[in-house]
Design a protein around this ligand. Structure first.
Ligand code: A2P
Length: 330
């Protein structure tokens, strides 16, 4: 059975990548609809060699038997329109943070907790980009060794802040002032992603902590995070320090990662082989390297984890969820 699919926020950074990934993975689509704000209404986008007109998103947009809608148009748009779409029988896969922590909404990474998709009541949330790549690497290790504590330190690309972030770096490299970020991002590192909250953490850091717990189904996991925007156009890098309950053999741990779904181990320091943002861009896998024992604790490991934040961190993950939904509809 072919399905009717809509992309909301089609003109954005993630929206455009939705189209690319949907083409590559060849989803069985009957009717295809593109929505964005009034600003883009009437503009044209090409999908599988055919031209489509972008429509303004309105309350009536879902009155035509749309089976699945991929949303990436900001939290406000999702808060308002995802329930409208769901009430018309559409399943929304939402890339914003609006619904992620709602107990009624599953938060899904297909390699990690695909079973949660079944619990949806019309909205499924796509996790934060930094969380997705982390849990793909951590889930198999949690299964074997039981994670006790995680320390996340991120090096995040400007594409994660949408078109505005990309333009700030491009213009900043020419000496022009930033518009999206509070400081220049060219030749700089900003320890500030999303807004600050009362306890001194940014929302991005809190998202990584809470979403990891929800996806791994372990509300007691001890986690701390520092998230940093770096002058890289695309692909997020993360240093992940993990402490386990159980002892491990390093060789065995590496083998577990090598066999893990969606993971590619790149770890040959003698030949300067380790995951790099520049190499991850355009790929849907999560790359893991610099795998070494944390000798300061009884059972701990350090990992360097890199992935394309627009693909696996957003569009590709959402399309993988859509594929599982479609499989269930057959
Ligand atoms: P538009 O291009 O018409 O502004 P990015 O994060 O890369 O900036 O992309 C944001 C996406 O969300 C764009 O496709 C943008 O459309 C869309 N968008 C923003 N606000 C709205 C809105 N109120 N209704 C529908 N789409 C929106």
């Amino acid at each position: 059975k072919k399905i009717n699919l809509a992309v909301v926020g089609a003109t954005g950074m993630v929206g455009r990548t939705f189209l690319k990934v949907l083409e590559e993975r060849d989803l069985p689509i009957e009717n295809f609809y593109l929505f964005a704000s009034a600003r883009s209404a009437g503009s044209k986008m090409t999908f599988k060699g055919k031209e489509y007109t972008v429509e303004e998103l309105t309350e009536n947009s879902f009155d035509r038997g749309i089976d699945i809608a991929l949303f990436s148009a900001g939290g406000g748009t999702s808060l308002k329109y995802a329930p409208i779409a769901a009430s018309k029988g559409c399943v929304v896969v939402d890339n914003s943070s609006a619904w992620r922590m709602d107990p009624e909404v599953p938060l899904v990474v297909p390699e990690v907790n695909p079973e949660d998709i079944k619990l949806n009541k019309g909205i499924i949330a796509n996790p934060n980009c930094s969380t997705i790549q982390a849990v793909v690497a951590l889930k198999p290790l949690h299964e074997y060794y039981t994670i006790k504590r995680i320390v996340y330190s991120t090096y995040q690309a400007v594409s994660g802040a949408g078109m505005g972030g990309w333009t700030d770096l491009e213009e900043g490299l020419k000496g022009n002032p930033p518009k999206k970020f509070p400081h220049p991002i060219a030749n700089n590192c900003l320890p500030h992603i999303d807004v600050f909250t009362e306890n001194g953490y940014t929302k991005e850091e809190i998202k990584m902590i809470q979403e990891t717990r929800k996806i791994l189904h372990d509300s007691n996991l001890k986690i701390t995070a520092t998230t940093v925007r770096v002058p890289v156009f695309n692909s997020h890098s993360e240093s992940i320090n993990v402490e386990f309950e159980k002892p491990f053999e390093l060789n065995e741990l590496v083998d577990i990662l090598k066999k893990a779904p969606g993971v590619v181990v790149q770890d040959d320091p003698a030949n300067n082989v380790y995951p790099l943002a520049a190499n991850a861009t355009g790929r849907d896998e999560v790359f893991v390297g610099r795998i070494r024992r944390d000798e300061s604790v009884e059972s701990g490991v350090n990992l360097w984890v890199v992935a394309d934040n627009i693909r696996k961190g957003a569009a590709a993950n959402a399309v993988q969820i859509a594929e599982l939904l479609i499989k269930d509809m057959q």
